[in-house]
Write a protein that binds this ligand. Structure first.
Ligand SMILES: [Zn+2]
Length: 242
């Protein structure tokens, strides 16, 4: 559960507590963990748990030595004793020996959040409302479309555009029927058959270069397909409903 930062800090802590023992000696501790050493330079109340523990270990060790120096050494390759340490570390990862009973509070907090998020996801995936859109690209850090357009597309894909049928369901419309056609004004009706939008639909078909519209096919248009996306968005926005 520990992060690399905590694990590297643990190594320094163990070295201080176990090996600094003789009051007439000076000690130099070498570590390649620049981040841990940097955090020791400016300790404060909100420093990582392991840094605070190292800080208090240093204070306790001062009477047991002439001098203690912590030295940063760049990551070292080919130095026999260091290679041995690396191998021991790798072996420890797969063994079930509890080397040092230390878990930092920040690390365990992260683990708990991750487990909770996973539980939520698993619960959501097992409900009847869950539908996997495996053909869609994974979320990117920079949005491909402005947020409003993303919302419109997602609502279309999930058949949740606020058409009269949906507004009627939540009590915001007095009837679920399309005023023009007299049938239920669903997302399918809007996209595929409402007579009011016949012209817009023809334009959409022409832009997409297809003969007939299929709802599920429209849903599979990737957000990376700029041309097709903007044609669908143009259709939705031209209806002046959303
Ligand atoms: Zn209609």
């Amino acid at each position: 559960m520990n992060s690399v930062f905590t694990a590297e800090g643990c190594a320094i802590l163990i070295a201080i507590e176990r090996f600094i023992q003789e009051a007439d000696k000076s000690y130099i501790l070498c570590s390649d963990s620049l981040s841990v050493l940097k955090s020791l330079e400016s300790l404060h109340r909100k420093s990582p748990t392991i840094s605070l523990q190292i800080g208090s270990a240093v204070i306790r060790a001062i009477p047991r030595s002439t001098a203690i120096k912590l030295v940063w050494v760049p990551a070292h390759v080919g130095i026999t004793i260091n290679e041995q340490a690396d191998e021991a570390a790798k072996a420890a990862r797969i063994s079930d020996v509890n080397i040092y009973p230390c878990i930092s509070t920040e690390d365990i907090r992260k683990v708990i959040f991750r487990v909770q998020a996973d539980q939520g996801r698993i619960q959501w995936e097992s409900t009847k409302y869950f539908r996997s859109f495996t053909h869609l690209p994974k979320t990117t850090k920079t949005p491909l479309l402005p947020r409003r357009k993303e919302i419109l597309l997602t609502r279309l894909r999930t058949r949740s555009l606020p058409t009269k049928a949906i507004l009627f369901k939540v009590g915001l419309e007095s009837s679920p029927l399309c005023r023009q056609c007299g049938i239920v004004d669903s997302n399918d009706h809007l996209l595929l058959s409402c007579t009011v939008f016949e012209q817009l639909r023809n334009n959409l078909r022409a832009s997409l270069g297809i003969g007939a519209l299929h709802y599920n096919w429209i849903c599979t248009i990737s957000t990376f397909n700029r041309r097709a996306c903007s044609a669908v968005l143009h259709f939705l926005q031209s209806t002046n409903l959303f």
